[in-house]
Design a binder for this molecule. Structure first.
Ligand SMILES: [Zn+2]
Length: 134
């Protein structure tokens, strides 16, 4: 019954998109920071409240077209940062088997098996060669 209600409620509404997830996480961060108290805590609390309202306003919005435009704008703007995070995750997961290098010319992340000594690395993107220790 609750499920049916939720289904009907979110029908035709924007729902939880990437931007909503991001503002939701920010809300929680501000809320946690508000526990420091004082004027700082008060500002954090206010920001958390504003973000909470904003997040749910977007989630419940019926103007799905406009909301999805905001969402894709958010995704485009944060593409670089999100890629860096993904790189960090990959590096961490494969840190035992591989050594990672960044091409000095085009900054592409390159992966080389560990334990091969000093080698010449050729960038797969721009063809630049440089040496590194694995
Ligand atoms: Zn390169």
């Amino acid at each position: 019954m609750i499920r049916r209600f939720l289904y009907n409620f979110f029908q035709g509404r924007n729902g939880f998109d990437n931007l909503a997830r991001f503002t939701w996480i920010l809300t929680i961060v501000f809320l946690l920071l508000s526990f420091f108290g004082g004027i700082f805590g008060f500002i954090m609390q206010t920001l958390a409240l504003l973000l909470l309202v904003y997040t749910w306003w977007r989630v419940c919005s019926r103007n799905v077209y406009k909301r999805s435009q905001e969402n894709s704008r958010y995704l485009t703007r944060t593409a670089g940062i999100r890629m860096k995070f993904r790189d960090l995750k990959t590096r961490y997961a494969q840190r035992r088997e591989y050594k990672f290098f960044t091409c000095p010319t085009c900054h592409t992340l390159l992966r080389v098996p560990k334990g091969k000594g000093k080698i010449t690395i050729t960038c797969r993107k721009c063809g630049n060669r440089f040496s590194g220790k694995t």
